[in-house]
Design a protein around this ligand. Structure first.
Ligand SMILES: NC(=O)c1ccc[n+]([C@@H]2O[C@H](COP(=O)([O-])OP(=O)(O)OC[C@H]3O[C@@H](n4cnc5c(N)ncnc54)[C@H](O)[C@@H]3O)[C@@H](O)[C@H]2O)c1
Length: 259
């Protein structure tokens, strides 16, 4: 679908990959609704992006809040696209330092945020898209909407300390083909991006030497990924009507070591 004039919601839109995607969507002529925590920089980021951006504060693990924020996007002529970037990790081990069983609270926190959050995005986003008519020919035609989820290369080769994060991201990869099949009758496509090491605030919390060694471990190009490169792929996934049910790694060919 051609994004010109369409309403696209972006979760986690106040920072990192979501923010970079918002810029790309606006460049393509779309209107963005940034869905992010009330405590995020959403208000100032939306101001920075200008009249093509609206901030709708919500916690994506709270279905009522998330639904209300998606309604804000829906009011911009109907929700046609959703790029779901909100998510995070929380390092944990299966056994803690004393050899005791790891924290199930840490496990459940990340599963709820990343995996249940992605189900919320799929179900609440599709609910709104399904109510619309198929797009007219001048927007590509034949489809009602498209959803992009965010996994991670940790879905495939998670590192020590990522037992909860890898489980949540592998769940997102697993959901992708099911979601594409389930929503096919509503003419809604679903794709997933599995980023490697992208240069966002999430990674800026790491020590500089860790960032440098991460960059050196990436075969080609040997640098951290640019958030705009994520935004470019997310926009492509929204635009390309034949791309469906697929997870694409965006990682410079990195294959993570155990630690
Ligand atoms: N940066 C990377 O290298 C990398 C690699 C692989 C996967 N990812 C994934 O990409 C996504 C975005 O990461 P990022 O690097 O842009 O991180 P980021 O921290 O820059 O942005 C994440 C945004 O999500 C928001 N958020 C967190 N919890 C939320 C909630 N409950 N409700 C609403 N918003 C919430 C935060 O406020 C923040 O604005 C995450 O799912 C992350 O796991 C990132």
């Amino acid at each position: 679908m051609e994004l010109k004039g369409l309403s696209i919601a972006i979760t986690g839109g106040a920072s990192g990959l979501g923010f970079a995607t918002a810029r790309r969507v606006i460049d393509a002529g779309g209107h963005v609704t940034l869905i992010d925590l009330p405590t995020s920089d959403g208000t100032s980021v939306a101001e920075e992006l200008g009249s093509s951006a609206t901030f709708a504060p919500a916690d994506i693990t709270d279905r009522d809040q998330f639904a209300a924020a998606l309604d804000v996007a829906d009011e911009q002529g109907g929700l046609r696209g959703l790029v779901h970037c909100a998510g995070a990790g929380r390092r944990m081990r299966i056994l803690d330092k004393e050899g005791k069983a790891g924290s199930v609270e840490d496990f459940e926190f990340v599963i709820k945020l990343n995996l249940v959050g992605s189900f919320n995005a799929l179900s609440l986003g599709a609910e709104r898209m399904a109510r619309l008519d198929d797009l007219a020919d001048d927007n590509g035609g034949g489809e009602r909407g498209a959803i992009v989820l965010t996994a991670s290369v940790a879905a495939f080769e998670g590192q020590i300390g990522q037992i909860n994060y890898s489980a949540s991201k592998a769940g997102i990869v697993g959901m992708t083909i099911v979601a594409a099949r389930d929503l096919a009758g509503k003419h809604i496509r679903v794709n997933t991006i599995a980023p490697g090491t992208m240069d966002t605030p999430l990674l800026s919390r790491l020590r500089e030497d860790v960032r440098e060694s991460l960059a050196a471990s990436i075969p080609n190009p040997s640098r951290l990924g640019r958030p705009s490169e994520f935004g470019q792929l997310a926009v492509s996934m929204l635009e390309n009507a034949y791309l469906n049910g697929e997870t694409i790694r965006l990682d410079g060919a990195i294959r993570m070591a155990p630690r």
